[in-house]
Design a protein around this ligand. Sequence first.
Ligand code: DC
Length: 218
Amino acid sequence: MGYNVAIDGPAGAGKSTIAKLVAKEKGYVYVDTGAMYRGLAVHFLEEGIQADNAEQIAEACRDVEVTIRYENGQQQVYLNGENITSRLREEAVGNMASRCSAIPAVRAKLLELQQKLAETQDVIMDGRDIGTCVLPHADVKIFLTASVDTRARRRYDELKTKGADCDFREIREDIVERDRRDSTREIAPLKQAEDAILLDSSEMSIAEVVAAILALCR
Ligand code: DC
């Protein structure tokens, strides 16, 4: 059994930034489970399936193959053998991922893949249900959050740096809606595991959050 660190939290809390730094410091493999949901979302969008058509989504899950590979230490997502990593951060893909992740067939498809990755290697895995469902026996569990305004501001600054034309209020509303969807779905909702440690990064620097997590790890 590998050493397992689980990081859950809402969109924009900084999970992936922090998890990557902890992984580098400790030599763990970083597993981004959101990217797997995004990978399936690319497939549903390509097939023209609506996010609320649970039946068609379940059927599409049967024939699709999502695999993860590590190239130069970076996680790559393959869809039926094609590397689609560059498409994962598209806005439409994120929205589709958030909506289709409420469908049981989608979660079932990815659960085994995620658990297998953590079985034989030391991992730090981030998502929404890692501490509660995917790795209930993880060695360290963190629930990383930040205020809605902080998360919206970070996203806004990130998009601005990339030269995007964006509106703070729209981004904030999108985050509120995503939080609502992720935490109210019936299956594996976003919530803090009872034995997870809560870290609110609103007033913390990246280095402070990383140091707090490193102090909890073996
Ligand atoms: O972390 P992210 O923004 O890349 O995740 C995209 C969506 O995938 C998120 O809105 C909800 C879903 N997701 C999930 O339901 N469970 C996970 N473990 C990870 C992501």
